[in-house]
Design a protein around this ligand. Structure first.
Ligand SMILES: O=C(O)CCC(=O)C(=O)O
Ligand SMILES: [Fe+2]
Length: 294
C-alpha cells in the first residue's frame, strides 16, 4: 500500500507545498511537542466528558465531535496560526481570494466500533466548480497516535486531479498513519474519510479547516468565539477568524473594518469608507477626474 508522504516542518515550505500539489496530502511530523499535546488533551477533556456521541450517517454514531475550539482551547489558537500551516494556506488559497479564514474547528473522537466513514470530498459543501484553485484545505492534528487499527484517516493521494465523477476504489485508499503531535493536511478536493476504529480506545484528532475569504464559513467564527475572547487574541488570529473586509466591500461593519469591533475603534455612524482592490482604485480615480472635466 502506498503511504502518505511524511516530512518535518524543517524540510521547508516549498517541499510541503510541492507534495500537496502532486499528492493532495502530506503529514508534517512533530508540529506539536509532547507537552503541548498533553495540554491540548487536558483542555479538551472536560468538553469531551460532557458531550454525547454525535449522530448522522456521515458524522457517525460512536464518534464525539466538538466545535468552537478557538474559544475552548488556547493550544488550538496557536495551532490555527502555525507558520507551516499558514504557509500552505497562503500558497493554495490566495490563488482564489485576497484573504482566507477559518472555515471550521472540530475535534473528532472516533470511538471503538465506529465503522469507516464514507469516502468523500470536503469541498462539496461549496457547490460550484473551481478547477483553477482550491476552495478549502483541511488540517487534522493527531492528539492520539493515528494507527491503521484505531481509525487513521483514509485518503486517496492524487484524487484531487480526478474528474468529479470518479469515486475511489478501496485499493486506492491509504491511511494517514502518524504520531501524536503530527498534522495531516489534505486539499478540499481530495477524497478521504474517517477510518474504522477496531480498537478499544478512542482516536482523537483536531480539524482546522480554512477556506476562501469570500465563502460562508461552515462554523461562523464571529459567533463561535465570544467577543471577550476574540478581543484577547493576536491580530493574526483575529484576521484568520474572519475579522476583515474582503475587497471589494465584502464584510464591512458600519462601512468600517470589522476588527474595529475588537479594538474599540469601530464607531456606529462613523466614517463610512470603501474597501477596493488596489488595481481598481486608479480606474475609479480616473473616472472621477473625468467627471470634473465635463
Ligand atoms: O475523522 C477523520 O479522520 C476524518 C473526518 C472527516 O473527513 C469528516 O468528518 O469530514
Ligand atoms: Fe471530511
Amino acid at each position: 500500500m502506498a503511504e502518505v508522504k511524511t516530512v518535518k516542518a524543517s524540510s521547508g515550505q516549498a517541499v510541503i507545498n510541492e507534495i500537496l500539489e502532486s499528492d493532495g496530502c502530506v503529514v508534517i511530523e512533530d508540529l506539536l511537542n509532547g507537552r503541548q499535546v498533553e495540554t491540548l488533551a487536558a483542555e479538551l477533556a472536560p468538553h469531551f466528558d460532557e458531550a454525547p456521541n454525535c449522530s448522522g450517517d456521515f458524522y457517525g454514531y460512536a464518534t464525539k465531535r466538538l466545535s468552537g475550539l478557538i474559544a475552548k482551547s488556547p493550544v488550538c489558537r496557536s495551532m490555527a496560526i502555525d507558520p507551516a500551516i499558514l504557509g500552505v494556506m497562503d500558497h493554495f488559497l490566495l490563488k482564489g481570494c485576497r484573504l482566507y479564514h477559518l472555515n471550521l474547528t472540530q475535534a473528532i473522537r472516533i470511538g471503538p466500533g465506529e465503522p469507516p466513514q464514507v469516502i468523500h470530498r470536503d469541498d462539496l459543501m461549496f457547490n460550484f466548480v473551481h478547477p483553477e484553485f482550491e476552495a478549502m484545505i483541511n488540517t487534522m492534528w493527531a492528539v492520539d497516535d493515528f494507527t491503521a487499527e484505531n481509525g487513521a484517516t483514509h485518503i486517496v493521494p492524487g484524487s484531487h486531479k480526478w474528474p468529479l465523477d470518479r469515486q475511489a476504489q478501496p485499493h486506492e485508499e491509504v491511511q494517514g498513519v502518524m504520531k501524536r503531535g503530527s498534522v495531516l493536511i489534505w486539499l478540499g478536493s481530495l477524497q478521504h474519510g474517517g477510518g474504522a476504529n477496531l480498537t478499544d480506545k478512542p482516536r482523537t484528532g483536531i480539524v482546522h479547516s480554512y477556506s476562501l475569504g469570500w465563502l460562508r464559513q461552515a462554523e461562523p467564527q464571529y459567533l463561535a468565539v465570544p467577543i471577550e475572547v476574540a478581543r484577547t487574541l493576536p491580530e493574526r488570529l483575529q484576521r484568520v477568524l474572519g475579522y476583515f473586509v474582503h475587497e471589494p466591500n465584502l464584510g464591512s461593519l458600519e462601512g468600517q473594518d470589522p476588527i474595529g469591533l475588537l479594538t474599540g475603534e469601530l464607531a456606529v455612524n462613523g466614517h463610512f469608507r470603501e474597501f477596493l482592490p488596489p488595481e481598481v482604485r486608479p480606474l475609479l480615480a480616473q473616472y472621477r477626474a473625468g467627471l470634473k472635466a465635463v
